[in-house]
Design a protein around this ligand. Sequence first.
Ligand SMILES: Cc1ncc(COP(=O)(O)O)c(C=O)c1O
Length: 435
Amino acid sequence: MPNAHSIAASPHHPGESSVRSYSRTFPVVFDRARGPYLECISGETYIDFFCGAGSLNYGHNATELKEAVARYLAEDRILHGMDMMTAAKFEFLEVFASQILAPRNMDYRLQFCGPTGTNAVEAALKLARKVKKRRHVIAFSNAFHGVSMGSLAVTASAKKRSGSHLPLRDTYFFPYEGFAGGIDTLDLLESCIGRAGSGYELPAALILETVQGEGGVNIGSQAFLQGIAAFCRRHDILLIVDDIQMGCGRTGPFFSFERFGIEPDIICLSKSLSGFGLPFSLVLMKPELDIWQPGEHAGTFRGNNLAFVAATQAIRTFWSDGRASRSAAAIETSMRNWGARLRQAHGEIRDIRGRGAIWGVELDTPGRASAITRLCFEHNLLIDTCGPSGSVIKVMPPVVIEEEIFNHGMQILADCTETVLHAGKTEGPACISAS
Ligand SMILES: Cc1ncc(COP(=O)(O)O)c(C=O)c1O
């Protein structure tokens, strides 16, 4: 009788499509996970600085969330209910309103859409076009908003766009801050949009990431983000903030834009919203924009009740006393020190930038970045690259992590960087124990 280990001996099963990606980057068979650690079937333990691309801000299987989910299952409570009202959904709505929206003086309605991030983006774009009765949307260079057709149309990545073989249209792309050297995007927007004879139609919306995660950890400055918000207001363009990767505390506050005093018309949330790795996405809209007809935008999995339960508990556990924000602030302080040391030691590092618990280490070549992340994996650290050419190492630990474990992960990254950049100078980085 084969046991679980012999069944799952390889990260490649011949039945799975070649579209798979992360099983290539991290070619082991994972089985268990707890807090900042992942364990594969051989018992090897890894520190997770990848975190499901931002879906695990509170780490894996956080105790309070696990207990709430287990209780809910044990009591035979409803799991699937289309978008019918359930006790779990009602409680989530109440807790989100009282603990997230009210303290921030935010007045938004919540739309539950399909379960993934791209479902939220599709709904947001559709609503914006419906409200404004206009076609076009402004998006940015290196933006990533998902891979379904509407989201792909506002995603800049050539690789992601190339597979569609359909027109990806009605998007005006402008350079994100810092994309094209000295170009002032705010000036450029003003000279193109709303100006007679420019050839641009007035768009319905502008979709913005305050930090571009997939695009290379590009940080929108306060001046840039506030300038964009003011531009949208001046021209009657709806501002959609895609906080799918940077929300839920990744940059510090619950919403990545809140420290800048920006009030988006529409907000997309997903990834760490359930806090438990369960699919869940949300569109938040200003009440006056809620012109949907009943059932006009639908989806079978709009009511993932297990995700509601986990999300409600995540808010109670990590947001009632600012625990998540404090932890992100501590990571930011620590990363500034690590960043300064790494830059000083290695001329091949072009830049280290970040905010809260999201940091990018930009190498001079993609080859060096991927050599470092590969070596990190060999030394028990999961970490990925991002950016248009893959030259940025994306440091994305759990937002809630003990300082000692964070520093251990960073030490592996620093040692692997040293080994790759100055091959032969060191003995090689220290492994963590596989306990
Ligand atoms: C900013 C942003 N928007 C949208 C998405 C798409 O989310 P999903 O992969 O769940 O469809 C992602 C995924 O990485 C993202 O980072």
